[in-house]
Structure formats: structure tokens, C-alpha cells
Design a protein around this ligand. Structure first.
Ligand code: GRF
Length: 196
């Protein structure tokens, strides 16, 4: 059984999709810990199931590295190791510090609301609309030392509707992002996808 730690910042619909998948006893992974960088509403999906959660705010630490160490220690204390576990950044709106990435990558993945390498960064949906793109989508990738630059594991595409708002488009992206993330975790757990 693959042990997962999930990192979030907001509503947590991707976390909820993972938790729903894990409710099925045949799913080959389980979420043992959820962390956030802020008081994220999505933490409630975990607490409702009795899964431990923790808020670690970067501003409470002297350096980004100290925050990274605290996050890594909290994750490892919930049985998610860099050797056999998996850390899933599912809506964490922070760049993880280098020491954290070095510790967990490649067993550290992120879901991003665009077809990388197009539209990296925190405003991917807005940027796709502003660029006049007609297609966009979602990407699950390994986190490496760059911002949204790591090896792509899965992508899913959709057509942008004329006149669509950022919120409408992001909701449609999230609808394809959630099952893709769940499938990616399943494939990693089953050894179908190898992280290296
Ligand atoms: C997702 O689209 C994710 O790719 C992006 O933020 C969104 C998080 O949504 N980084 P949710 O909190 O999982 O609902």
C-alpha cells in the first residue's frame, strides 16, 4: 500500500478526489497525512475521516529551508518516506524549498492547471486566457528544482470556450484534473508509472 502525504492551500477538491478513491479498499494507496501552508478549507476533508492534518506556515520559520525541514519531518513522521512514499502537491500555492525537493523528488508530484510547459506559475488559467489559447488542460508532473519544469507524467486537454471566465475554465480544468491525479497515483502505486 503506497502511503501518501498531500499538500494543499485551498478548497481541496483534488485532495477530496484522492480520499474518495482511497475509500475503496482495492485502491492501492492511502493518505496518511495532509499538510497546508495556511488555514485551508480543504483540510476538513481529511479531519472528517480522522486523517491527521497540520498547518505549517512559512512565516513561522526563520528560513524557507527551516520550513522545508519541518514539513519533511512532519511528513516522515506519518510513514511517508522519500524511498517508498509519495508526496502529492495538490493545490499547494507555494514553491517548495530546495532542501524539501531534494529530499523527496522524484517521489514528489504536482498537479498543475495547464498543459506544461505552457503557462507555468501561479496564474496558469488566467495566463492561458490572456494569451488567447484555444486549448489548455492539466498536467501531473514530478517536482524538480525549477517551477513547474519537472518531468511530465500525465496530461489531459480541453478546448477553451469563447467568452469563458477564468473561474468557469478553472472549474472545467479541475473536473479533468481530479480523475487524472487519481489515475496517476494508482499507476505509481501499481508500478505502471516509474518515478525516476
Ligand atoms: C488545481 O487546479 C491545482 O492544479 C492548482 O490549484 C487548484 C487546486 O484546486 N494548483 P483544489 O484546491 O484541489 O480544489
Amino acid at each position: 500500500m503506497l502511503k501518501l502525504a498531500v499538500l494543499i492551500s485551498g478548497g481541496g477538491s483534488n485532495l477530496a478526489a484522492l480520499l474518495d478513491a482511497c475509500d475503496d479498499a482495492t485502491f492501492p494507496a492511502e493518505v496518511t497525512f495532509v499538510a497546508s501552508d495556511t488555514d485551508a478549507p480543504g483540510l476538513a476533508y481529511a479531519t472528517k475521516r480522522g486523517i491527521p492534518t497540520r498547518i505549517l506556515r512559512p512565516r513561522d520559520y526563520e528560513t524557507r529551508e527551516a520550513w522545508g525541514d519541518a514539513l519533511a519531518t512532519a511528513i516522515e513522521s506519518h510513514d511517508v518516506t522519500p524511498e517508498a512514499g509519495l508526496v502529492v502537491s495538490a493545490g499547494l500555492m507555494r514553491i517548495l524549498p530546495e532542501n524539501f525537493v531534494e529530499r523527496f523528488s522524484p517521489r514528489l508530484i504536482n498537479t498543475h492547471p495547464a498543459l506544461l510547459p505552457n503557462f507555468p506559475g501561479a496564474h496558469a488559467v488566467r495566463d492561458a486566457l490572456a494569451a488567447g489559447a484555444t486549448e489548455t488542460g492539466a498536467t501531473v508532473h514530478i517536482i524538480d528544482a525549477g517551477v513547474d519544469t519537472g518531468p511530465v507524467l500525465r496530461q489531459s486537454q480541453l478546448h477553451i470556450h469563447a467568452g469563458e471566465t477564468e473561474t468557469e475554465l478553472h472549474e472545467r480544468i479541475k473536473a479533468i484534473e481530479r480523475p487524472m491525479l487519481v489515475q496517476t497515483v494508482r499507476d505509481i502505486a501499481n508500478g505502471v508509472l516509474r518515478l525516476q
